[in-house]
Design a protein around this ligand. Structure first.
Ligand code: SAH
Length: 195
């Protein structure tokens, strides 16, 4: 008898990010408008820029200049800068910058290998989420990857969940993916689609 191989890395973290992209891919048409609410190093920004095609647009927010610089470098390397605008401001200012969109991605918490004190926070996350919900196009999708493992992260994750539970089922399809035996720092994916 052989013991099954013991995975050292979590399977939940990559699957949350992958599942988020699957929801977005279904909802974001070529030529559509997408928002990266937390650009970070720009991985989701690049994913969105590829998905929207040459006539689509992506707006990417971050409050850290270094994050936006890294995201912009990634977009330039892919020669997609014409499709992407970067906004150095909190995502809670979303409605001042974009009036409607087919997809919004949030990847909460802090930027890996950076200042862990610069984190998303429940009040601004909820303000941005509220705007995203109101202005989302029909059949559009929002994904939120929340990390309960860092200080304040569990509260933020619970606040997002509370808000999404109050969405009307006739208007939104809402899902939540998480491990039932969580280890610290593992994310929860919330995903919703307007009907
Ligand atoms: N999506 C990224 C990781 C994001 S980390 C990637 O795939 O690499 C979370 C990011 O949210 C950080 O870069 C942080 O600066 C940013 N952030 C924190 N508060 C914010 C706010 N109010 N509005 C927009 N971005 C914010």
């Amino acid at each position: 008898m052989h013991d099954p191989p013991r995975p050292r890395r979590s399977l939940v973290v990559p699957s949350a990010l992958k599942a988020a992209r699957a929801w977005i891919a279904r909802a974001l048409p070529s030529g559509g408008i997408a928002v990266d609410a937390t650009a970070g190093l720009g991985r989701d920004t690049l994913f969105l820029a590829r998905r929207v095609g040459p006539t689509g647009r992506v707006v990417a927010f971050d409050i850290q200049p270094a994050a936006l610089a890294a995201a912009a470098a990634r977009i330039q390397a892919a020669r997609l800068e014409e499709r992407v605008s970067f906004v150095l401001a909190g995502h809670e200012t979303l409605d001042a910058h974009v009036s409607s969109f087919h997809a919004v991605m949030f990847n909460l918490g802090f930027l890996p290998r950076s200042d862990k004190r610069i984190i998303t926070r429940p009040d601004t996350t909820l303000a941005a989420l509220e705007c995203a919900i109101v202005r989302l196009e029909p059949a559009g999708a929002i994904t939120i990857v929340a990390y309960p493992g860092h200080p304040g992260g569990a509260e933020e994750c619970a606040a997002v969940e509370d808000r999404l539970r109050r969405l009307a089922a006739r208007e939104f399809e809402v899902a939540c993916y998480r491990r039932l035996t969580p280890r610290a720092a593992e994310p929860t994916l919330f995903a919703l689609r307007r009907r």
